[in-house]
Design a protein around this ligand. Sequence first.
Ligand SMILES: [Zn+2]
Ligand SMILES: [Zn+2]
Length: 393
Amino acid sequence: MMYKEAKEMNQQLLAWRRQIHQHPELGCRLPQTTALVKKALDDMGISWEEIGPCAIVGVIGKKEGKKILLRADMDALPMGEETGLPFASECDGVMHSCGHDCHTSMLLTAAALLKKHEEELQGQVILMFQPDEEGTDGTGARMMVENGLLDKYKPDVAVMAHMASDIVKTNQIMLKSGPCSASSDRFVVHLHGKGGHGARPHQSINPITCAIKIAEAFGDIGRYEVDVQEPTALSICTFHSGTASNIIPEDCEFTGTLRTFNDEARQFTLDRMQQVAQSIADAYRCQLTFDRPRGVPPLINDPEFSQQLHTWLQETIGQEGVDIPPMSHTKSMGSEDFSFISSRVPSCSFSVGSTSHQEQVYPLHHPKIIFDEDGLAAGAAAYAQAAYSYLTK
Ligand SMILES: [Zn+2]
Ligand SMILES: [Zn+2]
């Protein structure tokens, strides 16, 4: 039922999607995107409120009964678009290359379908339109949770969608169970030594020498101190120091990222990194500053809820022609800030197939990525059907 109804709304779905795509916005500054979302919700007669900058929550159904949260992110990326599409970005250096324009328009479409069936719902649908998913430390979802999203609306379960442009086929909805996306923590190691002439190192304290030892030791923590069965990625991604080949610099700084699927391994590794860095800095007579801004937890799909959702989607939109392959258990070392919700509420994330018909396909965040719009109706239907099944069965 929902797939047929979503296809009937396809023209509106694509109009929303193209308008958002043409006017991409960054972070928590989404004036045009949120104006579109608010107007669309108003036109549908759906009440909403803003619980933070460009953070919109809408509700459908009744307060008594079960509650399901459906989430879409709305922000774009700071990169130029090279797709050549007629509705390509009009904003220099900003592009919807992660498909969040698709997520927003699919959730609006699902909202319209659920509003139409509002009388049948034995509970409430919570629509979460979030800013700043691409922010460095997962700020958008965390901000909404800190502003009371879960405490006030009290969802029993939560669902999110993400476009998949290169693995999942158009008109396919891929559900995942268990660990899905890794945690993500940034670290910044700053070493202060004593500068001087390159010819007289004994009169200086070279912070570069010390930084190299710490960087090597970090690799050993990942290799030898974490259970090999726990996938861990520890990468050093910047390293800066010095100005000339005959000057020993005062300072050296390097940064990197840690990814895991296990909160215990994550905390352990970060703690050990700090201890080891401090010991080496002391040994080399450098002053250490070790920053680890609060990162994003791993995204784990609740196995029971995900299995239930898989069955429902197979029995409903699966019968209408949407391909629902067997549950996937693949994981990605990438991160997803929906984990601020999934770590508190049983959740499921699903991938919406949108592999373009072109010969060459590109990954997310690529300037030439083209999402096949034929896959969007299935994504909207999956959102709507998840909520409808949960609130009517
Ligand atoms: Zn992204
Ligand atoms: Zn994304």
